[in-house]
Design a binder for this molecule. Structure first.
Ligand code: TRP
Ligand code: SF4
Length: 331
């Protein structure tokens, strides 16, 4: 099969679901910040995707979107380097999604693992909607409309990127080569456990958010679950079974980790002292982010300005792709 061309365009998005936390920072944002210097990048707020599950109670989406953009700017996403925009500001995504809906069989979408999983997990809502079924198809439109060929995402999103490739292939075969076949860029160390040891998520109430004050960060991490074998100071443990130590793995030097690991296994160090070393590094990283965010909040217009500029730049690209699509599809 013909290898599709490499475009060197990066795209990723996040649903606005509230404040960003350490999981987002380590699982995605630090990588996005690096990618900005290497590639042409598009980063967007997936507010239509949020509606697919929040349609009955959409009140929080707008505020979450604002807050997310502030967090993005605070961690170093730079509108001078990347196009930062909101999905609903670029109606071309919806048009491409409609065109794709003409050519994509329904079973392709029913087969995507997140479809049934999410319906089961969010069993209180009616997710038998067209919009929810089309979630990954909209995502394919988000990616392909910018001709992006690399998509930095977590592992859970890989089936969506795979579907995107299949959509691109089918379109290209029917109408002629237009779209690249994008690949997911999965970064290592993406998993950050929350304070209770489960995946960090706002909905679990176990998250440490980026704008949280230092005392609260300290207190949450000081209470974070550890190896359950360490009931008493004299009980040895194993860092391999300690959720807190996943943060040590990200934030501590090799030497620090070796020493603390030894202390854990020989019960010569208490959990709090062990965590203190890690907490100091987390606070050190979060402090400038918190300060930048506080600074940005003094001029809240900045969010609107960034999104307006991003919209114009995104629409230029999306508009020209759509012109090609209409032409190829005979419209
Ligand atoms: N589905 C993604 C998530 O839940 C969000 C998303 C929407 C996305 N469109 C995208 C991610 C396009 C990457 C590319 O995180
Ligand atoms: Fe975890 Fe450190 Fe406690 Fe061991 S000593 S269980 S690694 S916090």
């Amino acid at each position: 099969m013909a290898q599709s061309v490499s475009t060197g365009i990066v795209l990723s998005g996040t649903r606005p679901t509230g404040e960003l936390h350490l999981g987002h920072l380590n699982g995605a944002l630090k990588n996005w910040v690096r990618l900005q210097d290497e590639f042409k990048c598009f980063f967007f707020v997936a507010d239509w995707h949020a509606l697919t599950t929040e349609y009955a109670d959409p009140g929080g989406i707008e505020e979450s979107a604002r807050s997310m953009v502030l967090d993005w700017l605070a961690v170093g996403l730079d509108p001078g380097k990347s196009v930062i925009f909101r999905q609903s500001d670029v109606p071309e995504h919806a048009e491409l999604y409609l065109m794709f809906s003409m050519i994509i069989p329904v079973p392709w979408l029913e087969r995507v693992p997140s479809y049934k999983e999410q319906q089961e997990q969010l069993s209180g809502r009616d997710l038998s909607t067209v919009g929810f079924l089309g979630y990954p198809l909209l995502q394919a439109a988000d990616i392909l409309i910018y001709l992006a060929d690399r998509v930095p995402v977590g592992e859970d999103q890989l089936p969506h990127v795979e579907l995107t490739r299949e959509v691109a292939r089918r379109f290209n075969r029917l109408y002629g080569d237009l779209f690249p076949e994008p690949a997911g860029l999965v970064v290592e160390m993406a998993r950050v456990p929350g304070t209770d040891g489960r995946k960090m998520s706002k909905s679990y109430g176990n998250a440490v958010s980026l704008s949280e004050d230092p005392k609260s960060v300290h207190d949450k991490l000081a209470r974070m679950v550890t190896d359950t074998r360490r009931q008493r100071l004299t009980d040895p443990g194993d860092p391999a079974d300690c959720p807190a130590f996943c943060l040590h793995a990200i934030y501590c030097s090799e030497e620090e980790r070796a020493e603390l690991s030894e202390g854990c296994k020989t019960a010569s160090i208490g959990c709090l002292d062990c965590k203190k070393v890690m907490i100091a590094h987390v606070l050190e990283e979060l402090e400038p982010i918190r300060q930048r965010r506080a600074e940005l909040e003094k001029t809240p217009e900045i969010v609107g300005e960034v999104l307006a500029e991003g919209r114009d730049r995104a629409r230029e690209v999306a508009g020209s792709t759509m012109a090609r699509v209409r032409e190829l599809m005979g419209l």
